[in-house]
Ligand binder design. Sequence first.
Ligand SMILES: NC(=O)c1ccc[n+]([C@@H]2O[C@H](COP(=O)([O-])OP(=O)(O)OC[C@H]3O[C@@H](n4cnc5c(N)ncnc54)[C@H](OP(=O)(O)O)[C@@H]3O)[C@@H](O)[C@H]2O)c1
Length: 256
Amino acid sequence: MPADRRAPHVLLLGGTAEARALAAVLVDREVSVVSSLAGRVARPRQPLGEVRIGGFGGVAGLVSTLRDNDFTHLVDATHPFAITMRRHAVEAAHEVALPVVRLARPGWRDLPDAAAWTWVQGYDEARRQAERLGSRPFITSGRQTLGHYLSWDDRPVLVRVVEPLEEPVPASWQVRLDRGPFSVDDERELMRSAGIDVLITKDSGGAYTSAKLQAASELGIPVVVVARPDPPEGLQELSDIDEVLAWLDAGASATA
Ligand SMILES: NC(=O)c1ccc[n+]([C@@H]2O[C@H](COP(=O)([O-])OP(=O)(O)OC[C@H]3O[C@@H](n4cnc5c(N)ncnc54)[C@H](OP(=O)(O)O)[C@@H]3O)[C@@H](O)[C@H]2O)c1
């Protein structure tokens, strides 16, 4: 497909710190950008510039949004585990023949302690491995994953989530509402005071929520990490904002 030489008008799928950082840079450069948020969080951190909120209504809805608003580029900067949105982005961009790219923060696989963690492919496996490693878990894999751990109604469980839970959890669980960034000192104190003996997380990556990993390492607490899902085929993945800017400047001729 020939490069699109119209002034860029970017639809930025967000809900992450990286997306907010990219929106700020684009606004600063006077690049036309609309950030899109899913609308799951009651008081989301607002990106700079124009914002739209709520699902598109599947691939068909996203296709209409892209067409009706004459977007020239689609940037998927959603969370590494937001796999449905990512798949829809690829399919819709393909249908509209629009350049699409993914901005993804680096994962935690390359951190020095990563080799010592127990890496798993899903949340049921995370539960099984955590049962082997401890009896007082700290779950930080997200509110949508808690259903996988509900059989733990016989032990103290500490859960941290950003938004209040909609479903009940066992009486032995303590639910903490909080969102990053967190400091290593606070994470160490939290895990120590709660007597945590195994940490469960997913490979969200980045520095925003990584302090718990260092704190666990310092306390000798084993860590179970759910690995990232594979990226959709053919979706170019960039890891920093300068690369996205270069992609836009180059005319972004790549489609999914
Ligand atoms: N999954 C996580 O652990 C996590 C952590 C932190 C932040 N987030 C952020 O929270 C949002 C939802 O995450 P998820 O895991 O629930 O996503 P998901 O399962 O991939 O997406 C489910 C549906 O939510 C809507 N959606 C998701 N992201 C959207 C966006 N940026 N703008 C408009 N609609 C969006 C889409 O609805 P339609 O089909 O109706 O278009 C999508 O099909 C994402 O924006 C993500 O960046 C997720």
